[in-house]
Design a protein around this ligand. Sequence first.
Ligand code: ADP
Ligand code: MG
Length: 293
Amino acid sequence: ATPTSVMAGSGRAAEYGILFKGGEHLESAQQIQTVVLDKTGTVTQGKPVLTDVITAPGWTEAELLQRVGAAEYSSEHPLAEAIVSGIREKGLLLNAAESFENMPGYGVRAMVSDEEILVGTRRLLANAHVEVPEGMLQQMNQLEEQGRTAMLVAAQGQWAGIVAVADTIKDTSREAIARLQAMGIDVIMITGDNERTARAVAEQAGIGRVLTEVLPEGKAAEVKKLQESGRKVAMVGDGINDAPALATADIGMAIGTGTDVAMEAADITLMRGDLNSIADAIEMSRRTMGNIK
Ligand code: ADP
Ligand code: MG
């Protein structure tokens, strides 16, 4: 493409809230064959709400939520924010934990009133040798089959309950994904979340292929694998944990409402959270490159 047509194309894209960091990305976006979408905040609204609280025998809901709220208080993860605001809405007052540790891809560990509190995945509790009754794991499965993210809670090495949040897909995700598929592009969803939740969400969004329980450092490795199979890959994400994958992909697209770290790592920022911008960006690239012929 001529410098003039690239400049004109970039300007037109910007009017649609699609910000190319350099003209070379407008030229290469047309080559994309596979689009990898992060789940939380990309396919979904990324504003989960607290929906379910299950307590272990001997625990009241308030006792459980006080601990969970304190443990999640200092975390900036969207799940943590959902849990904390859900607890506040129930009228419970929260104190910050005495100490707090983020365990990316697993959850949090915190000291609350001299008790060690864990909130997170099955793996987080299994690694800490906390046993969870079979019936509870089944209830957790059921929540996940509804597309909710369920998190286990342990206090002092004992199972204490489950909290679950729901994060609905964006109104436009399904049509935007169908558009990409109609353009001949493969769409894959990637997430740190578990298989059941991810499948339920993917089904709502019309996505057939999902990569689940991918740890933050694993997202870039999955992108690399797809590239090694000969595909030109775009990664679309919003989180800190998406940044390495955004940088690895042939084209990284950050959602403008997401984290600064994601935007810095990406080649394109999509100012509108609407995933239609992905197809728009690729179409604009196709059109711009068509200009030279
Ligand atoms: P995603 O790729 O969907 O953004 P993450 O890699 O951030 O997911 O997290 C993976 C899983 O780890 C979550 O689905 C959740 O079960 C658990 N997790 C992560 N952060 C927290 C947290 N602050 N509190 C509880 N659980 C968490
Ligand atoms: Mg995300």
